[in-house]
Design a binder for this molecule. Structure first.
Ligand code: SAM
Length: 280
């Protein structure tokens, strides 16, 4: 049995297992273990937590999570070529790393996790947003996880944390901020990855709130924001016309000018409107 520190450098691991990056699997690896340790630390105290990692690849972040004291890491990897490298890490940390081979979109991961759970991942770009939306819309709230620490393309990260009246503000910001505190904790240039992607990346930290700051029916909120942002340049009295026969009066009643556009209205305003629609 070895130790995490005794494992070979990641470049050597990639060479030994012939892990040539595949674009279709969103493979941009982090090979600097100082950087992966920093991302693991951004997730806060991991001791006593189960950590779900999607897409461990050669295992740089996995090593960081284990070194930072995670009780148990469950790592889901679609690429079978990475499994021997991950088995070496598991052997260095007996009982603390479970590697699941498969597609994170298809596996039932909850059965492998015991709360408290944190999700930490350098996500494959092609499935990152879909996974985030699933994690933000579980059947019950609070969710299984207490926080998400996720690497995205910087533009996606900006959409998650965006505020009203800014370029990236839209449905993803509202969905994320409805019942999470969301912020960007780190930005990374393309050169941080091997191979280097075309764009910058950023790590977003989402912390689950016990309940929404502004309570309302989540389904109604989703319906309103879909209508409002599908025609984001239109005034709300026009884009939300199909919602209610007296939409102008309803908007007025919750303090939203009927001539306002979707991008000017914050979460509080949309939730107030959702409550008014549900009560009407
Ligand atoms: N965590 C590693 C790192 O930071 O160096 C690799 C990150 S790389 C951006 C994304 C990883 O996700 C790759 O290892 C890829 O094979 C894996 N992957 C892609 N699609 C996946 C899916 N649907 N389910 C699980 N893993 C997936």
């Amino acid at each position: 049995m070895g130790t995490i520190d005794g494992l070979p450098p990641l470049r050597e691991v990639i060479r030994a297992h012939d892990l040539v990056a595949k674009k279709q699997l969103g493979q941009n690896f982090l090979l600097d273990l100082n950087l992966t340790a920093k991302i693991a630390r951004a997730a806060g105290d991991l001791t006593g937590c189960d950590v779900l990692e999607v897409g461990p690849g050669p295992g740089g972040l996995t090593r960081g999570l284990l070194a930072e004291g995670a009780r148990h890491v469950v790592a889901v990897e679609k690429d079978a070529r990475a499994l021997p490298a991950l088995a070496e890490i598991a052997a260095a940390c007996p009982g603390r790393l479970t590697v699941l081979h498969g597609d994170a979109l298809e596996l039932d991961l909850a059965q492998h996790l015991t709360p408290p759970v944190k999700i930490v991942a350098n996500l494959p770009y092609n499935v990152g947003t879909e996974l985030l939306i699933r994690w933000l819309t579980p059947e019950t709230w609070p969710p299984l996880w207490s926080s998400l620490t996720l690497m995205f393309q910087k533009e996606v990260a900006e959409r998650i944390v965006a505020r009203p009246r800014t370029e990236h503000y839209g449905r993803l910001a509202l969905l994320a901020q409805y019942r999470c505190e969301a912020r960007i904790v780190m930005t990374l240039p393309p050169e941080a990855f091997t191979p280097a992607p075309k764009v910058h990346s950023a790590v977003v930290q989402l912390t689950a709130l016990p309940q929404p700051l502004y309570p309302c029916d989540f389904g109604v909120l989703q319906r309103i924001t879909a209508m409002a942002f599908n025609q984001r340049r239109k005034m709300l009295r026009a884009s939300l016309k199909g919602l209610h026969p007296e939409i102008g009066t309803l908007l007025d009643s919750v303090g939203i000018p009927p001539t306002a556009r979707a991008e000017e209205i914050g979460l509080e305003g949309f939730c107030a409107l959702a409550r008014a629609v549900a009560e009407d």
